[in-house]
Write a protein that binds this ligand. Structure first.
Ligand SMILES: [Zn+2]
Length: 319
């Protein structure tokens, strides 16, 4: 795969979505009407249909598949493939090609890290390909309902029955597969109220769902129980449970490590303090955005869907 080509495609996608995300603050109803064909969700769908899919071997027989919504982890072996997240359905052909480039072993298990469409809209085809789908109770519940997401002004439809998890857990789940003791464990509400981490102990690889976007401001889904304080706690927890050997798979962004988690936690905590202090002074949302509390972090974290201004709004909502 030509990596230059991939980078160019990604940059142009990020630029486009960045513009729409910035617009969400200024005129959400005008810019993001869900019937419009060019809202951010539609843009992400459109981009996913043609996105280049990258496969990276991490350690042991675990791979990261990147390019269709959230990062997908693949544990491959003689028992078949275990996936963490299913990407976006319109990428099916490209994602399948990527899986087959790892091996011809069938897909057997899919674990959903949380309910968001960019991690679960591929559930139905993955199930039809042979996978049992596993998630936290709350995540399954969300997937059975219509959910209006005000930040995107978009209503997500329930998944078809074939895309719903059939095995659920409340707090944790252990899955013995291909010699790994895969440990799935819930977070307290953070990015949503139903995030789970997935840890592969032999390989020392941790998939942290969307509690961590590597070098990007994260989305916080208040509509389904997320919060900035929950995000900060999850970030601290991620730091505490990793060491310098651990490979970290973020929900979005490049393969990470403990140092990236530390930087992400510091960014969240610093911006939260700044925004909270301004709000306590009685400043309105627009005044706080104008004060640019994210400015020193924008060059590093502002290059994806969530701009500094949008992230300020997300933090302001929760302090
Ligand atoms: Zn998400």
């Amino acid at each position: 795969m030509n990596s230059n080509q991939t980078n160019i495609d990604r940059r142009s996608f990020l630029r486009t979505t960045g513009i729409f995300a910035a617009g969400a603050i200024l005129a959400p109803k005008i810019m993001l009407g869900q019937t419009k064909p060019d809202g951010p969700v539609q843009m992400i769908y459109k981009s996913a249909a043609t996105a280049k899919i990258n496969v990276t071997k991490l350690r042991g027989n675990i791979y990261m598949v990147e390019g269709s919504g959230g990062n997908i982890a693949v544990l491959d072996g003689p028992e078949g493939k275990l996936l963490v997240d299913a990407g976006i359905d319109v990428s099916k052909e490209h994602v399948l090609t990527a899986f087959n480039s790892i091996s011809k072993n069938p897909i057997k298990v899919l674990i959903n890290s949380h309910w968001h469409f960019d991690h679960t809209s591929g559930n139905e085809w993955v199930h039809k390909a042979g996978a049992t789908i596993i998630s936290q109770d709350i995540t399954r519940e969300h997937l059975t309902k219509k959910i209006y997401q005000p930040e995107w002004d978009y209503t997500f439809q329930p998944l078809p029955k074939a895309g719903l998890p059939t095995v659920t857990y409340k707090k944790e789940h252990i899955h013995h597969f291909n010699g790994e003791k895969v440990h799935v464990k819930i977070y307290q509400p953070a990015h949503t109220d139903g995030d789970s981490s997935i840890y592969f102990p032999n390989a020392d690889i941790l998939h942290v769902a969307d509690t961590f976007w590597n070098a990007y401001y994260p989305f916080i889904d208040y509509a389904t129980g997320g919060s900035i304080d929950g995000m900060i706690k999850a970030a601290a927890y991620n730091v505490a449970r990793t060491n310098n050997h651990t490979i970290v798979i973020p929900g979005h962004g490049a393969i990470g490590n403990r140092e990236h988690l530390v930087q992400f936690h510091e960014m969240l905590a610093t911006i939260r303090e700044k925004v909270s202090a301004l709000k306590k002074q009685g400043r309105t949302l627009n005044e706080v955005i104008a004060a640019k509390p994210t400015a020193s972090f924008d060059p590093k974290f502002g290059g994806f869907v969530i701009t500094g201004d949008f992230f300020t709004k997300l933090v302001y909502t929760g302090v």
